[in-house]
Design a protein around this ligand. Structure first.
Ligand SMILES: Cc1cc2nc3c(=O)[nH]c(=O)nc-3n(C[C@H](O)[C@H](O)[C@H](O)COP(=O)(O)OP(=O)(O)OC[C@H]3O[C@@H](n4cnc5c(N)ncnc54)[C@H](O)[C@@H]3O)c2cc1C
Length: 388
C-alpha cells in the first residue's frame, strides 16, 4: 500500500463516499477508511427519500430547498436505476397549524424552486378521491394534496458511489478504524487500526466525514484547534409488519411536532420520525417509549382502522450544522481550516451528498494548489457527469 496520499477521508457513509468519488475523479490520490461497514452508520437509517424537504419551504430555508431539489434531479439522472418517483399525499385537517391555502402556497413555491428540475407538479385531490386513500381519517379533513419525491435504496446508493470512487482509483479500507493523526510539515500522519494491528500513512489533507462520530474523530487529531461541536437530533421510526397499502403519506405529527412520513416498508409500514435533541454516545441509541407512543398515536389518528401494534422501533442520528446558514457564498455544513488542511463536514442530508462533495473537493484542491481562487471549472470534473 502507498503511504502517501493527497487526501484521507474518515467515515464511509454516503458523504465520505461522495467525497472520495469526487476527489478520485479529479485526480487526487485518495484513501477512505470506515470502521464498521460502508454505509452502516446513519446512511443505513435513512428513510430512503431523495427530496427537497417540504419543511424547508415553511422554514424559509429556500436556498437549501433549491439545492436539494436540484440534487434530486441530478441523482435521478446519474443513478437512474436506483431511484423511483413516488407520490406523497399530504392531508390537511381543521386543527393543523397550517391551513389548506398555506399548504397550497408552499407546494406552489416548492414546484417553482425546483424549476426545470421538477418531477410531476403537485395537485389537490377532489374530496371524492379522499376515500381511496387507504382509510385516511376523513373527520375534519379539509384538503389533500399530492406531490412527488424520489425514493432510493440508500445502502445501494452508498455502495455504488463508493464503487465508482474505487474505479477511479480511490483506496477504500473497511473495517478499519481511524485511531489518531498528528500534523506534519506537509499535512498529517494518520494511524488506523484493524483488530490488534495498526498502520500509519501520510496525507496532505484530512477530511472528517464521520457524521455523528465527527466530534470523537476530531478529538483524536493532535494539536487541532477545537471545532464546533455537532448538534445531534435523534430520529425514531416505528415499523409495522402489516401493510397499510401502496400509498405514501406526509402528515403533521399529532402535537405539532416535525412532519411524519408513512411509507410502505419491507412488506409492512414505516412511520417516523419522532425527533429529540441527543447528546449521548452515538453507538448507543435506543427509541424511548414516549417517541414510540407519539408515532403510534399519529398513525392511529390518521388511519383509525389500522389497529396493529408496531413490531419494531429504531433510532438514528441526524446531525445539524452549527448554524442554519447555507447561502450562495457561505455553507455552514463545511468547517474548513485551510492552514491546518482539515475539513469537517456537518449535517449533510443524503440528498445533498453530491453537492457537498463537490464543494469539499473544490476546497481541498484550492488549498493543496495554494490558490485563493477555486480551480477553473474546466479543470474540475463534476460528479454530476458521472453515472453511478
Ligand atoms: C432516521 C433517519 C432518516 C433519514 N432519512 C433521510 C432521507 O430520507 N433522505 C435524506 O436525504 N436524508 C435522510 N437522513 C439523513 C441522512 O441519512 C444522513 O444525514 C446521512 O446519511 C449522513 O451520512 P454521513 O456519511 O454524513 O454519516 P454516516 O452514514 O453516519 O457515516 C459516518 C461513518 O463514519 C464511520 N466512522 C465513525 N468513526 C470512525 C472512525 N474512527 N474510523 C472510521 N470510520 C468511522 C461510521 O461507522 C459511519 O459509517 C436521515 C437520517 C436519519 C437519522
Amino acid at each position: 500500500m502507498s503511504t502517501q496520499f493527497d487526501l484521507c477521508i474518515v467515515g464511509g457513509g454516503i458523504v465520505g463516499a461522495g467525497i472520495a468519488q469526487a476527489a478520485a475523479v479529479n485526480g487526487l490520490s485518495t484513501i477512505i477508511v470506515e470502521k464498521k461497514g460502508w454505509g452502516s452508520g446513519n446512511t443505513s437509517k435513512s428513510s430512503k427519500l431523495i427530496h427537497g424537504g417540504l419543511e424547508n419551504v415553511s422554514a424559509f430555508n429556500w436556498f437549501t430547498a433549491r439545492e436539494r431539489l436540484s440534487e434530486r434531479k441530478i441523482i435521478q439522472n446519474i443513478a437512474t436505476d436506483l431511484v423511483e418517483p413516488q407520490w406523497f399525499y399530504r392531508p390537511v385537517y381543521a386543527q393543523n397549524r397550517q391551513k389548506p391555502w398555506q399548504n397550497a402556497l408552499q407546494l406552489r413555491i416548492y414546484d417553482k424552486l425546483a424549476g426545470d428540475a421538477n418531477l410531476a407538479p403537485h395537485h389537490q385531490l377532489a374530496p371524492e378521491q379522499w376515500r381511496e386513500l387507504q382509510g385516511l381519517n376523513q373527520h375534519n379533513l379539509r384538503a389533500v394534496f399530492a406531490f412527488q419525491e424520489l425514493q432510493t435504496d440508500n445502502l445501494q446508493l452508498a455502495h455504488e458511489v463508493l464503487r465508482s470512487a474505487k474505479q477511479h482509483g480511490a483506496m477504500a479500507l473497511c473495517p478499519v478504524t481511524f485511531d489518531e493523526a498528528w500534523q506534519t510539515d506537509d499535512g498529517y500522519r494518520v494511524r488506523v487500526v484493524k483488530g490488534e494491528r495498526s498502520r500509519d500513512f501520510d496525507c496532505r489533507f484530512l477530511v472528517n466525514a464521520a457524521g455523528a462520530w465527527s466530534d470523537q474523530v476530531a478529538g483524536k487529531i493532535r494539536s487541532l484547534d477545537p471545532s464546533p461541536k455537532t448538534r445531534q437530533i435523534k430520529c425514531t421510526y416505528i415499523e409495522y409488519k402489516e401493510s397499510l397499502g401502496s400509498n405514501r403519506f406526509y402528515v403533521d405529527g399529532l402535537t405539532g411536532g416535525a412532519p411524519v412520513t408513512i411509507l410502505p416498508w419491507r412488506g409492512g409500514t414505516l412511520v417516523g420520525p419522532a425527533e429529540q435533541v441527543f447528546s449521548g454516545n452515538p453507538d448507543r441509541i435506543d427509541p424511548a417509549v414516549a417517541e414510540v407512543e407519539y408515532l403510534t398515536s399519529t398513525m392511529r389518528y390518521h388511519f383509525p382502522h389500522f389497529r396493529h401494534e408496531p413490531f419494531d422501533a429504531w433510532s438514528g442520528i441526524r446531525v445539524e450544522p452549527p448554524s442554519r446558514a447555507v447561502t450562495k457564498t457561505h455553507d455552514a455544513r463545511l468547517y474548513m481550516r485551510e492552514k491546518a488542511r482539515y475539513l469537517c463536514i456537518y449535517g449533510v442530508q443524503m440528498t445533498s451528498y453530491r453537492a457537498i462533495a463537490e464543494k469539499a473537493v473544490l476546497g481541498v484542491m484550492r488549498c493543496l494548489n495554494g490558490r485563493s481562487e477555486p480551480p477553473p471549472e474546466a479543470c474540475y470534473i463534476s460528479a454530476a457527469s458521472i453515472p453511478i
